[in-house]
Design a protein around this ligand. Structure first.
Ligand code: NAP
Length: 271
């Protein structure tokens, strides 16, 4: 296990991580966090017992610094961090779209940086996180990050060049599922079901389908064919989905998200 861990910026994602690390067995004394607003800091300390510190203290005392501020807040944070972070400190960035080169330009030469694209199901311990090493991060650093993040979900390693695709798939992915669920609940209303019943039917169907995919390891085509009987109800619905180009819409949608992620990343990477 790693030594102490500091979360820099304990908002939604930072708090989810703190809470997950505690549930996963980390001791309160091993953790610390930084926050801009004293009221928010006091609230988190009261809730979790974890100490709020300033950035300089976090950088001096923690072996791992997890950066979880909004991407637009990164520059002032790096200015605060730069005088204190050394090659012995592992910097883990959860900030969407920020390349490791941005950190490497601001911090001392040799400071290892690992970039992570998590997603919001981290708040329920079901995140999908993709991690990529910067120039000075080794396999050991990646293993540390894998161990840390595995308490709040699953982790895969990808080259940093694939992070825009990851952002479009799993980063934004939960939003696509929420959108589909919302549309299907509306369909229930259209068919005359009460909203509460429609919500229950669709949400549990989504949970059930996701659990089958995760637990059986079967290909989605096999699972779908198993409920698509000849001249039955499901194939009538599938015909409409194909007629309306839903598959093509998803391909286009995810490609557009990837393009936007590339565009946003360029703002932080002049190379
Ligand atoms: N939420 C998601 O769906 C999601 C998914 C994947 C990745 N991420 C990434 O996770 C990061 C955090 O997102 P979030 O949704 O958790 O944002 P958030 O709720 O706004 O949390 C960021 C926190 O950091 C604090 N902060 C900002 N600058 C600071 C500084 N210099 N020192 C200490 N604290 C500072 C902010 O305080 P203030 O309130 O004063 O601004 C806020 O409490 C982002 O970079 C985002 O790209 C988020």
């Amino acid at each position: 296990m790693t030594d102490s861990i500091a979360v820099l910026g304990a908002g939604k994602i930072g708090e989810a991580l703190l809470s997950g690390l505690l549930t996963g067995g980390r001791r309160v004394e091993e953790l610390m966090f930084t926050e801009r607003h004293p009221e928010r800091a006091a609230e988190l300390t009261a809730r979790y017992g974890v100490a709020a510190v300033d950035v300089a203290t976090a950088a001096k005392e923690a072996a791992v610094l997890i950066v979880a501020v909004k991407p637009q807040d990164i520059e002032p944070l790096l200015d605060e961090l730069a005088p204190h972070a050394t090659a012995d400190t592992l910097v883990v960035s959860l900030c969407a779209g920020l390349p490791t080169s941005l950190y490497e330009r601001s911090l001392d030469d040799g400071v290892p940086v690992v970039r992570v694209m998590p997603n919001t199901p981290m708040v329920v311990g079901e995140a999908m996180s993709a991690i990529s090493p910067g120039r000075h991060a080794t396999n050991d650093h990646l293993a540390v990050v894998e161990e840390l993040l595995s308490v709040v979900g699953m982790v895969v390693r990808v080259p940093e060049s694939q992070q825009d695709a990851v952002t479009a798939l799993s980063g934004s992915g939960p939003a696509y599922f929420f959108y589909l669920v919302e549309a299907m609940i509306d369909a229930g209303i259209l068919l005359g079901l009460p909203r509460a019943v429609s919500e229950k039917l669709i949400i549990q169907s989504a949970v059930g389908a996701a659990t089958m995919l995760a637990k059986t390891g079967e290909h989605p085509v096999i699972l779908r064919e198993a409920v698509t009987s000849p001249a039955g109800t499901t194939i009538m619905a599938i015909r409409e989905l194909e007629k309306h180009g839903v598959r093509a819409a998803l391909l286009d949608a995810i490609e557009a998200a990837r393009d936007r992620s590339q565009e946003l990343g360029k703002a932080h990477d002049p190379s």
